[in-house]
Design a binder for this molecule. Structure first.
Ligand code: COA
Length: 258
């Protein structure tokens, strides 16, 4: 059985980490495959959204494969970390919208890859944390940078410096996840978000995502310049004409991503 499963459902692709026996830990091979997949899916015109999830019901992802890492000689430790950071960054760099469907708990690199997705929707009984300091290391795949941008410096310090695990409910309260759902309706909650995305023009979504990511944290004036650049991608698109025509005719638009 493959360690990563890829299934297409209409315009959405579901990528499932498939190592439930080790709680979907990120091995070197999985990291390389995740990097390849992000590059491939990012280029495919038939893919409008990507969902990342984990197999089984125990964990979405328990982070780096600690058993594999134990056998990595000291001189290879840096390249090992580069592989996991590279995989997670490649997901963070995807231009298409990404949803992390957290079917179970997420720790270390497991939460870091969730942070690199645009949306996090989790089962209401899971826990999550950047627990690396409890293992004698620290988050090294974007966690110290993405988490404070998301929930603020003070709360990020609380989670990272204390290696705290938080419940789904607390994660929702502090803005770490977008939605929580009972396990039985987790997939339906994700499908509802995919349906929302399917009603939006693909170029508009990718351009708006780019404007937010490139402009966030910049001076307002610079951000507005970036916004204008991104807006221009949609200005002469066929989908812009379709959106206006559909509105005038009182019908749902049929967007082509052009
Ligand atoms: N890397 C490699 N193997 C892992 C793993 C990891 N990150 N996390 C869990 N496993 C393995 C366990 O060693 C165990 O293997 P075994 O059956 O050979 O003993 C198996 O997965 C099941 O783990 P277990 O702890 O029994 O499952 P659980 O469902 O009770 O708990 C977790 C799941 C995720 C809560 C728990 O395994 C855990 O805390 N893992 C470490 C998470 C972490 O700190 N990650 C940070 C990495 S930097």
């Amino acid at each position: 059985m493959s360690e990563i499963l890829v299934e297409q459902h209409g315009p959405a692709v579901f990528v499932t980490l498939n190592r439930p026996e080790v709680r979907n830990a990120l091995s070197r091979a999985v990291n390389l495959k995740l990097t390849e997949l992000a590059e491939e899916l990012g280029q495919r015109d038939d893919v409008r959204a990507i969902v990342l999830t984990g197999a089984g019901d125990k964990a979405f992802c328990a982070g780096a494969d600690l058993k594999e890492r134990k056998g990595v000689p000291a001189e290879e430790a840096a390249s090992y970390i580069n592989a996991i950071a590279g995989a997670i960054n490649s997901w963070g760099e995807l231009r298409k919208p990404t949803i992390c469907m957290m079917n179970g708990s997420a720790y270390g690199g497991g939460l870091e890859i969730a942070l690199a997705c645009d949306f996090r929707i989790c089962a209401d009984d899971v826990e999550m944390g950047l627990t690396e300091v409890r293992l004698g290391i620290m988050p090294g795949a974007g966690g110290t940078q993405r988490l404070p941008r998301l929930i603020g410096e003070a709360r990020a310090k609380e989670l990272i410096l204390l290696g705290r695990r938080v419940s789904a409910k607390r994660a929702l309260e502090i803005g770490l996840v977008h939605q929580i759902a009972p396990r039985v309706s987790l997939r339906a909650t994700v499908d509802a978000m995919l349906a929302d995305l399917a009603g939006c023009a693909p170029l508009s979504v990718t351009s708006a995502k780019s404007a937010i990511e490139r402009g966030y944290g910049r001076a307002l004036e610079d951000g507005l310049t970036i916004e204008r650049e991104c807006y221009e991608v949609t200005l002469f698109s066929e989908d812009r004409d379709e959106g206006l025509a559909a509105f005038a005719e009182g019908r749902p638009p049929k967007y082509q991503g052009r």
